[in-house]
Design a binder for this molecule. Sequence first.
Ligand code: HEM
Length: 446
Amino acid sequence: MELLPWVSILAAVVLATALMLVTTVLNRRSKLNKYKLPPGPRPWPVIGNLNLIGPLPQHSLHKLSAQYGPLMSLRFGFVPVVVGSSVDAARSILKTNDLAFIDRPRTAAGKYTSYNIHHAVVAVRRLLAPGEEAVADRAAQHEAAQAVRAGASRGGERDAARPARRGIVYRSCGGAERPPDDGQPQQKVLDEHNERRQREGEAFVARDMVDKLLQLADDPNLKVPITRDGVKAFTLELFAAGTDTSAATVEWAMTELVKKPAVLTKATEELDRVVGRNRLVAEGDIPNLPYFDAIVKETMRTHPVAPLLTPRQSREDTSIDGYDIPAGTRVLINIMAICRDPKVWDAPMEFRPERFIGSSVDVRGQDLELLPFGSGRRMCPGHTLGLKMVQVTLANLLHAFHWKLPDGMVAEELSMEEVFRMNVLRKVPLEAVAEPKLPAHLYAGP
Ligand code: HEM
């Protein structure tokens, strides 16, 4: 008998909660009903359409867009989402209505920096501003030399391509040999940089990104100041933003090339002709290597490492092609779908660098059919450095070694499986054998 009042109270609470949930859902629905949303699959309560998204979301969304169209509406849990999967949709979101889609949802900040996305963007822009190219150039060159040295030390082994996978950008950020596992090595790197600054006083010249960041931290005119702690967090974050993207692109390029010896031979013949066998490839050689340049573009087309760009969020109600996109909608652009669109690309599933010979299509955000770095105001601020890293490292790996698949492995057996972490990486690291082919002193390093 004494339990009864508690049972009634519990029942009342459950009923009130259920009523509240129903009212919220109905309210949300009636608000959304006033909009004409782009077509899309019917969402389930609570999970929305998450049941349709597999471990490789770019592929799930590509398939769905074939059914619902290039501007598609979904729900991820309670979050309304719109996905653009065509050149026209990309133009509407990134160019025509760019201001309406300039915000990032809060959760996206973690992709590039847990510290502060605003700092990340401001600092990368300052670091890579016109006139500041020397640091990036030196970083790219240094990194390439590192990869060549590491490749030589593993010459003849199956995993010679592995050094290309990680550590590519780290030297440009911090000057240490290995990526940091936690804040400790990073502190040591900062201490070393500070010591040199103090030792050299007036004569000090910034040599890498940490030097530049420490200079920025001292700048009293910076609108959003960077603290010393910020520099530490930030070098870690830059490492994350830059490393995986550049290294993954190099690894995908190497994969395609060891699978296609004819393309590899054409690239190495061009390198021999332009660079010769007595030196490594310098950044200044890249404009004279059109076939190699086409390989980099074709790699970024066939394996965009950030296939959905970084999510945007609409800041106001916007209308595209007669459909409404309400304020607060998460907006994705599936550049992988665009790169595989047969209306845009001839034989899109084939790796064929020749398609870029004599073509003016570039990767720097102007040509909407090829957007590995995004486009518009939220385009990757590190794209010049990222591109340089990929070009100089890949060119040197190709120039310095004969590459082949391990004995007993045939091209058809090479796994092309992807895994979606923050970026799209090879599921299993590439295994390839490298035989040095340049004079021995070139592998010795600086
Ligand atoms: C091959 C190398 C790289 C690729 C493919 C790449 C790709 C991208 C893409 C697709 C975005 C989103 C753009 C958009 O939503 O329109 C992005 C954003 C960003 N990237 Fe990169 N990136 C690379 C290298 C780098 C490097 C080297 C740095 C830093 C030094 C960097 C720092 C950033 C930052 C801070 C953002 C956020 C920008 C914002 O939210 O406004 N990236 N990157």
